[in-house]
Design a binder for this molecule. Structure first.
Ligand SMILES: Cc1cc2nc3c(=O)[nH]c(=O)nc-3n(C[C@H](O)[C@H](O)[C@H](O)COP(=O)(O)O)c2cc1C
Length: 249
């Protein structure tokens, strides 16, 4: 039986998401092994009622929400039972897009409940996670594949790292960040876009073959494809002519 890759697409641009370019290439690389099958879910198309804040999910043995009549119960089952979960999202105000956060809040019952404990002296959220998943297929891998406008990835992804380290633990997920997407998707040109796809495909192949992605490969995937100067020129042009574009939506 094939292993399952679940791709949670969080960009409200859906099929027109720039983040989808590296995401699809990465998934295609995994699919080439013949060992996997993939399902894409566009979060913006789901019916998700926001969390009501009761935390009754933490009192239920299966951690499920009391609300059963939207798309969350079915998605939660898929999240639990997939072998690889890829959250594909644009960086929004140094965090995740609202649609993704609304879904994350609704599935808070998937993490171990907070039982009132105090951290021991010297113990910080950064060296031990505060929750961890309590419902997760054995061996499941979680990948955060995100794109952003900036290229100073250490700085702009610090809040995401802190948030996911504290929730899942440093070893509980792998972050791959794709910089310069503000111009890459529209002005990358065929050569640069091919370079982008090729390297993300290699990343996917590596994950399928070895079960992990080396830091060396992550560094390669995260390397900017424009020089700083070329990128700045393109972004200025892009922002200046934004209102002329006919694909604003
Ligand atoms: C509301 C909003 C907030 C954003 N915030 C950031 C940000 O904090 N840092 C950043 O580098 N890019 C930011 N961006 C740019 C997007 O992350 C970037 O364009 C991304 O590649 C878009 O991906 P998508 O095409 O998949 O939606 C923001 C864009 C929007 C619309």
């Amino acid at each position: 039986m094939k292993k399952k890759i679940l791709i949670m697409v969080a960009s409200p641009k859906k099929e027109r998401s720039g983040t989808l370019i590296p995401t699809k290439a990465f998934v295609d690389g995994m699919l080439e092994s013949g060992d996997y099958e993939a399902e894409y879910i566009f979060i913006d198309r789901l019916h998700i009622t926001p969390c009501r804040g009761c935390l009754s999910c933490w009192g239920r043995p299966d951690g499920s929400c009391f609300m059963k009549d939207d798309d969350v119960p079915a998605v939660r089952e898929k999240l639990i039972n997939s072998d690889i979960v890829i959250w594909s999202f644009p960086l929004y105000l140094f965090g995740v897009p609202g649609q993704m956060k609304v879904l994350m809040d609704r599935i808070v019952g998937m993490v171990h409940p907070y039982m009132g404990q105090k951290l021991k002296d010297g113990e910080s959220a950064m060296n031990s996670h505060l929750h961890g998943l309590q419902f997760q297929k054995e061996g499941q891998k979680i990948i955060l594949l995100s794109s952003c406008a900036w290229m100073d990835l250490d700085v702009v992804y610090e809040p995401i790292r802190k948030q996911f380290d504290i929730i899942l633990g440093h070893e509980g997920y792998t972050l791959i960040a794709c910089p310069q997407m503000r111009a890459l998707d529209h002005r990358g040109g065929p050569r640069r876009l091919k370079m982008l796809r090729d390297k993300y495909k290699l990343g996917g192949e590596e994950l399928a073959k070895t079960g992990s992605i080396s830091q060396k490969t992550i560094d390669l995937l995260q390397k900017p494809l424009f020089s700083n100067e070329a990128y700045e020129t393109l972004v200025v042009e892009f922002v200046t002519h934004m209102f002329d574009r006919d694909d604003n939506f």
